[in-house]
Design a protein around this ligand. Structure first.
Ligand code: G3I
Length: 390
């Protein structure tokens, strides 16, 4: 009975979405007239609509941070109450050489987010990817040993997290340290330092930035084996008294991926550890995925472009937009009914044009995974998301 009521509500809201979508396309048959429909669409304000439930955040690209997309900046401050730099605080960007730090973009973002009272999440201190080779070498070019790499890690965390203590509210301290089966990924960090490299990273971050919340962040955490890997990791840190304040589920999803029951189970399991749970990199691809084995967010995947995998180069057909609406409704049903367990929901980008999904796992595609389209117009179905599942 409860299930029937729930299905009816989803159905009713989908009908509303369909009406909103077709109403918008009637008014705006030509996508180049999007500025006009922008005025007609009456967007909701996300941070207001969800303020009793969780923060709503977005990732900001370098050009956005540097003010080169002023309209996007207005959208960020009007719609969101949390931001994460999409790339600008990654090791290769902020600390490209042993004695060279590049803080311009991060300083700008810190100022922007502090001025606008946005909850700023630093991303990320320790990751196997986007980390220059020198990090794993000693000054003379020979391979680092455990002691040398721990010292490099400490200097980096002190310089970066320490610089912004009190100004960056939270850090993704370690990113993507687990394999799909929940075991520790064999990265250079793991190979050289050993199993305890995460413990050192969290302890160093706590020392360098005692005011920040410290998170573990990863993709495909809906998978039961990977979920267990996170639980083991968090419990190990907790048992040693090393601070870990939350887990971020990245949520790079698609129309049929993943099983949202498993996603919900992971949210509940992480919350049961007594820590914050965040959805940190939400997007929903509408494109066919060329490699079923590798869905998720392994950035090393790089396939040759084939037009059959880029079916909507000019415009998203209404029928697919409805599927996207339905998928977002299902995801927000899970989020809304677990709102008490969730601290933040961050989208991995402000608008479709910015999305990394256009370039992964093959460059040059046209995806539509976010809540704002290429002309910064809020998609029609967004209005229905606050009611999803309620
Ligand atoms: O800025 C340079 C540009 O100057 C150059 O001409 C161009 C040539 O390829 O590259 C540009 O940099 C690219 C950058 O995105 C900005 O577009 C990098 O090559 C590309 O590797 C980088 O991809 C980022 C990826 O992480 C790797 O760092 C994506 O934007 C970013 O969305 C993605 O984010 C990750 C999260 O950090 C962790 N979780 C998965 C998520 C998606 O992969």
């Amino acid at each position: 009975m409860a299930n029937n009521t729930y299905s009816f509500k989803i159905y009713a809201i989908l009908v509303l979405c369909l009406m909103l979508i077709s109403c918008q396309s009637d008014k705006n048959p030509n996508p180049s007239k999007s500025a006009a429909s922008n005025q007609q669409a009456k967007p909701i304000v996300l941070k207001e609509a969800f303020k009793e439930r969780y923060r709503v955040g977005t990732a900001m690209s370098l050009v956005q941070i540097m003010g080169e997309e002023p309209d996007t900046l207005s959208l960020v401050t009007s719609q969101f109450n949390s931001v994460t730099p999409e790339n600008s605080m990654k090791w290769e960007r902020i600390h490209p050489e042993r004695n060279k730090y590049k803080f311009k973009a991060s300083d700008t973002l810190v100022e922007f987010s502090n001025q606008n009272k946005l909850f700023l999440v630093g991303h990320t201190l320790v990751w196997h990817s986007q980390t220059p080779d020198w990090v794993f070498q000693q000054a003379d070019g020979s391979p680092s040993d455990r002691k040398a790499l721990l010292e490099t890690m400490r200097l980096h965390i002190e310089a970066v997290a320490g610089r912004y203590d009190g100004k960056i509210q939270a850090w993704d301290v370690v990113n993507e340290a687990l394999n799909e089966d929940g075991s520790l990924r064999s990265s250079k960090w793991h190979e050289i330092i050993g199993d305890d490299y995460l413990e050192h990273a969290f302890a160093m971050a706590a020392k360098a930035s005692p005011h920040a919340k410290l998170y573990y962040n990863d993709y495909n955490l809906f998978k039961p084996e990977k979920r267990q890997g996170v639980i083991r990791l968090v419990k190990r840190l907790q048992s040693k008294g090393i601070p870990i304040h939350g887990v971020g589920l990245q949520a790079h999803y698609a129309l049929d991926y993943p099983d949202l029951n498993e996603f919900e189970d992971s949210i509940k399991a992480f919350a049961a550890l007594g820590i914050d749970v965040m959805i940190t990199e939400l997007d929903v691809s509408v494109l066919p995925f060329p490699d079923e084995e590798n869905q998720g967010a392994d950035v090393s995947l790089n396939l040759a472009l084939q037009s059959k995998f880029d079916p909507y180069p000019n415009q998203l057909p209404e029928s697919v937009e409805l599927q996207l609406a339905q998928r977002y409704m299902e995801i927000f049903s899970v989020l809304n009914r677990n709102a008490k367990l969730i601290d933040r929901v961050t989208f991995w980008g402000v608008h479709d044009k910015q999305s990394w999904r256009n370039g992964w796992p093959m460059q040059g595609r046209h995806d539509y995974p976010l809540l704002f389209d290429r002309s910064l117009k809020q998609k029609a179905f967004v209005k229905a998301l606050p009611q999803a599942g309620l």
